[in-house]
Design a protein around this ligand. Sequence first.
Ligand code: ATP
Ligand code: MG
Length: 294
Amino acid sequence: MKNILHTSNIKSLKKIYQGKVRDVYEVDHDHLLIISTDRVSVFDIILPTPIPEKGIILNNVSNFWFKKFNNIINNHLSGFDVSKLKISDEEYNEIEGRFVIAKKLKPVPIESIVRNYLIGSGYSDYITTGKICGIDLPENLKMASKLPNLIFTPSSKAALGDHDVNISFEEMREIVGDQNSSLIKEVSLKIFDEASKILESKNIILADTKFEFGTSADGELTIMDEILTSDSSRFWLSDSYEEGISPVSLDKQFIRDYVKSISWNDTMPAPELPDYIVEKTFEKYKDLNRMLTG
Ligand SMILES: Nc1ncnc2c1ncn2[C@@H]1O[C@H](COP(=O)(O)OP(=O)(O)OP(=O)(O)O)[C@@H](O)[C@H]1O
Ligand SMILES: [Mg+2]
């Protein structure tokens, strides 16, 4: 039987935040219990239907990348002794395999997006303005075209229920400061580049991704939340890649396409997903996990 968790219910700890996907509890002054649930959102709206084990897969994939890039940037994994977690056995069983105990960080209030291909909101911006986040791009690019080089396209982090807004690097510097802006950009591009090479060897194209950063009590920049998962990234199968069409992917594009196909718009109640969409999405998330971590 598949393990499904839509919303966690840990009574022994205080829930301090419920995101679209993660439930966050306070462990102590310096630590958070972050549970990846099976909730799925499209266009920033949570759907009623969970994708079984998605949270476990996201947790596994993130931990794989966090450790891989440990030499580039500190990550939020804390090394807190799980046996010291003050929750019941029943509560532990509910979240096993889908949680981390993270350093409690002060979130940097921007999303750090890197793109190598033109798709999604970047493609929409390009069609209307010829640019993304103020960055000029060549004319005549198509949907899914490869960009001349990696671009860093930050967005401001919106409150739950709102959409993020693309901003220029100048605007980011005003929000985050010069030093952290430069560091975040440099680290994001480097991780993207290294991850692309790893994925390329597995016939996967990393089209774009989003990173989140926070600062520790002593001001150290740290990567947090999730990294290079099918929720935060677009992964395409190299073999079927073609310019001009939305490529076959190992991510949520399948769900985005489905909700568009039933003419759902985000002012209507979020639709239930049919079983075949749930199953197919589960397979895609699982495939990426298997390809990466064996
Ligand atoms: N180590 C950490 N310290 C402090 N906050 C964290 C840490 N790791 C993650 N977070 C925050 O916890 C929340 C996790 O919830 P979730 O991933 O569901 O995010 P969300 O903001 O609803 O959606 P999205 O990730 O799609 O923007 C996010 O607000 C994230 O910024
Ligand atoms: Mg998140």
